[in-house]
Design a binder for this molecule. Structure first.
Ligand SMILES: [Zn+2]
Length: 393
């Protein structure tokens, strides 16, 4: 025991002591002890470490190497910076503490930055410079999307009826002769078909007429498609695109949009129709708008009527827009023809014309949009001219 203690004491006495020499003295440890604390000595000592850190960092690549770098420099126990702290900072005389501390802080920041760059957690200075933005330049203006005026008008009409409990029905634009005409009480060869100049799909002469395809001339086929799927009661509005073989001019387009409505239940009367449309026109054009009905003809309604509203431009006094009449014709309507219910009853027997009744109406969206926004040429809606469309954005 005694000899062992003696041996350790001898070894301690042989260990190097700091402060004996005026230059860096290499020991077995990676960090040599400092023997002088003047600026020149400190600069030299710290510059050596800085150079070594940069050399170490320059050789980094794989994540394991980065971790090894971190352990070598920043490790809690064996890290070089920890060593520097205990051997240089703590050992420094009181008047040199500040000088060592400042240099130590800079070295630590350098090592941390090198580590950040190597591990990719922080962008390099070069990358930051490449991404620099001149915030004094005007930005890139991004255009905001907006509803097309036709879509907007169509949605407004639909929302008026949605508030009354109507749901929305949709159907195909390429329709069969049966749904577009026959089931809507336009029999084959009937002159009523001449009122809707139709674009038909070519090369179908071999098919039975009711199966031949055409571009729907109105959204009415969706009435029949809905009734075939659902027994009464039915309340739907049908917004959609329709096509007719018309020559384009300021008020006509071969492609346009309609919103149709259908209401079927027991005891639906003409006064229900009148009240519904009067409410809808007031909701769309303002509470002071009046409505009146004129006898008309549509194959799928009986009786049928044209609806006029008091001129929204002059309030009914008479102006150029209403041709001095004070009234503007806006939509068609009527009580659903029993013949239409008979077609629906082929698939849904509940549409028995003796037990149920209903009304239907339809309006052109372009005509209403032109009135609302003061557009004089229907073609402007579809020309794609941004100068026109921007007015509605
Ligand atoms: Zn007027």
């Amino acid at each position: 025991m005694v000899s062992g203690r003696f041996a350790r004491a001898k070894a301690r006495a042989a260990a190097p002591r700091s402060g004996l020499s005026c230059s860096l003295r290499m020991t077995n440890d990676p960090i040599p002890n400092l023997t002088a604390f003047d600026s020149a000595a400190l600069d030299k000592a710290f510059a050596a470490l800085k150079k070594q850190a940069q050399q170490d960092a320059a050789a980094l690549g794989a994540p394991e190497a980065v971790e090894a770098f971190r352990l070598k420099w920043l490790g809690r126990k064996q890290g070089l910076l920890n060593d520097v702290s205990s051997r240089w900072l703590k050992a420094a005389p009181a008047d040199a503490k500040k000088a060592v501390g400042e240099r130590f802080k800079k070295l630590k920041e350098l090592v941390e930055r090198l580590l950040d760059e190597a591990s990719g957690s922080g962008p390099s200075d070069a990358a930051l410079a490449a991404e620099a933005i001149d915030i004094t330049l005007p930005g890139t203006r991004r255009l905001t999307g907006a509803e097309h005026p036709i879509t907007r008008t169509m949605n407004e009409i639909v929302s008026v009826f949605a508030a009354l409990g109507y749901s929305v029905g949709v159907g195909p634009e390429v329709e069969t002769d049966y749904y577009n005409f026959e089931s809507m009480n336009f029999p084959p060869g009937h002159p009523a078909r001449d009122t809707q100049d139709t674009l038909v799909v070519a090369g179908q002469e071999r098919r039975p007429q009711r199966d031949r395809l055409l571009l729907r001339t109105h959204t009415s086929p969706v009435q029949m498609r809905t009734m075939e799927l659902e027994p009464p009661p039915v309340r739907i509005v049908i917004p959609g695109k329709v096509h007719r073989n018309e020559a384009d001019d300021a008020t006509h387009s071969s492609m346009f949009h309609q919103v149709e409505g259908l209401c079927v239940d027991t005891n639906i009367t003409f006064s229900d129709l009148k009240g519904t449309l009067d409410h809808a026109m007031k909701a769309l054009f303002g509470s002071s708008v009046k409505t009146r009905l004129f006898p008309s003809f549509f194959p799928f309604t009986e009786p049928s009527a044209d609806v006029q509203i008091s001129c929204i431009f002059c309030g009914g006094k008479g102006c150029r827009k209403c041709k001095q009449s004070g009234w503007i014709e806006l939509l068609g309507c009527g009580m659903v023809d029993p013949a239409v219910f008979a077609f629906a009853a082929e698939k849904q027997p509940a549409y028995d014309p003796k037990k149920i009744s209903g009304f239907a109406f339809g309006m052109g969206v372009e005509r209403i949009a032109m009135m609302k926004y003061g557009v004089s040429d229907i073609g402007q809606f579809f020309s794609g001219d941004m100068r026109f469309l921007w007015q509605f954005a």
